[in-house]
Ligand binder design. Structure first.
Ligand code: CDP
Length: 201
């Protein structure tokens, strides 16, 4: 079976949680494509060139422990505007999307650029304030000393960069289902996503 679920949306909208739940429920493989950009961004913080880092990326690089920090998130969105970085990461994502057994990919451009033929496309969003509150709680849990105001400013800066770049800007595919998690519980958001998948399977 070839079956792709494309889940796009801005930072901390709930893509990761929904993707993991859908993958587990339907027995699909899951790729968090943000980790590819985070791994490249992390390399640039250590002085490597972005394009070379993307071309040489290895699966093990996605397991590095520092990839979830706010600093790496900003570095990821800075390397993500570079066309050669994106193209170096494209084939791996396309192969993953069309792998036998089906796959869920979450990111910014899965339904628009990586896999426009995806059987299910979701665009998960929420207000910047709700997203910043969630990310702030996650960062606090992981021991980071930051403030809500700082996280909100970071989320807005990343949204701005992701939506306004020339290459693969963040936007919903024309045929994506919009899921706004500002007021939905995680259970309801997962249920809405699962209903779409069930309908297409
Ligand atoms: O987890 P969060 O939503 O905060 O971010 P992420 O999904 O890990 O993505 C980090 C950054 O990578 C984003 O801000 C984008 O700039 C970039 N990215 C991208 O350009 N395309 C993707 N398919 C995934 C991430």
């Amino acid at each position: 079976m070839i079956f792709t679920v494309a889940i796009d949306g801005p930072a901390a909208a709930g893509k990761g949680t929904i993707s993991k739940a859908i993958a587990a429920r339907f027995g699909l493989a899951h790729l968090d494509t943000g980790l590819l950009y985070r791994a490249v961004g992390a390399r640039t913080l250590r002085g490597f060139g972005a394009v070379e880092a993307a071309e040489k990326l290895q699966p093990d690089d996605l397991l590095a422990s520092n990839l979830r920090t706010a600093e790496v998130a900003q570095a990821a969105s800075r390397v993500a505007v570079i066309a050669d970085v994106r193209s170096a990461l494209t084939q791996f994502q396309r192969d993953f999307a069309r792998r036998e057994g089906g796959a869920v990919l979450d990111g910014r451009d899965i339904g628009t650029v990586i896999c426009p033929e995806a059987e299910v496309k979701l665009f998960v969003t929420a207000s910047a304030e709700v997203r910043a509150q969630r990310r702030f709680a996650e960062l606090q849990d992981s021991g980071s000393e930051t403030t809500y105001e700082q996280v909100l400013a970071d989320v807005k800066a990343r949204d701005e960069r992701d939506m306004n770049r020339a290459e693969a800007p963040l936007k919903p595919a024309a045929d994506a289902l919009l899921i706004d998690t500002s007021t939905l519980s995680i259970e309801d958001a997962v249920a809405a996503a699962a209903a779409q998948v069930e309908q297409r399977l």
